[in-house]
Design a protein around this ligand. Sequence first.
Ligand SMILES: Nc1ncnc2c1ncn2[C@@H]1O[C@H](COP(=O)(O)OP(=O)(O)O)[C@@H](O)[C@H]1O
Ligand SMILES: [Mg+2]
Length: 235
Amino acid sequence: MPVISFANAKGGAGKTTAALLLATEIADRGRRVTIFDADPQKWISKWADLPNCNHRISVISEVSPATIAGQIQEAAQSGDYVIVDLEGTENLLVANALSMSDLVVIPIQGSSMDARGGAKILSLISKLEKIVRREIRHCVVLTRTNAAVTTRAMKAVQDSLAGNGVDVLMTPIVERAAFRDLFEFGGGLADQNPKTVTNLKKARENAAMIAAEILERAEVLPVRRRWYQFHKRAS
Ligand SMILES: Nc1ncnc2c1ncn2[C@@H]1O[C@H](COP(=O)(O)OP(=O)(O)O)[C@@H](O)[C@H]1O
Ligand SMILES: [Mg+2]
């Protein structure tokens, strides 16, 4: 099953939130997910200790630069969807996880600082593609956007990414209390109470659209087609 990593060299970009939304959406559809909690802050592991943790989600928090590649390979072979939540930095563990990914999702808030952290990952991916000699598919998702307005800073980030040929998801992750609540109360959006969580329906629609866009990009391609795409892009 596909390996999907969430990376941005800057902390606070929305990686963990996006990773958890995707994991819980997949699990709610009856599929099994393994999440690698590769951030020393261990937010995903803390979430897994809260009530309502879906039995289809297993979290692996013991990871190291030396073991991560083998661990990811083993989990992917077991038939689970594999999601890797990375630390907001550039290091060997991040590079090894990206090399093993079918898709790298780069969450970026509409600010130039976040975009710089995203750009570091984009340039790391392009170096790694030469080493592993295949395309490492990647896309940007804009995060914490205002439900009502598009800010000038966000529009500037969006335009600059599109100008550089970066694939940006059509659906941004909106700033919603419901997404923060998951880390307080546990479970996924389906486990939250619509009477106490504001705009839960909107949050669920948003998460479902994001998951659909990510999963459609994460389909595992046969190796030969990957080679073809990589060489076509490189030439
Ligand atoms: N879409 C969102 N809506 C509301 N709060 C969010 C959203 N995305 C992130 N946050 C909050 O912003 C902070 C950083 O997000 P997080 O996902 O932990 O980023 P990262 O993993 O990149 O460091 C957290 O407090 C999180 O709850
Ligand atoms: Mg995080």
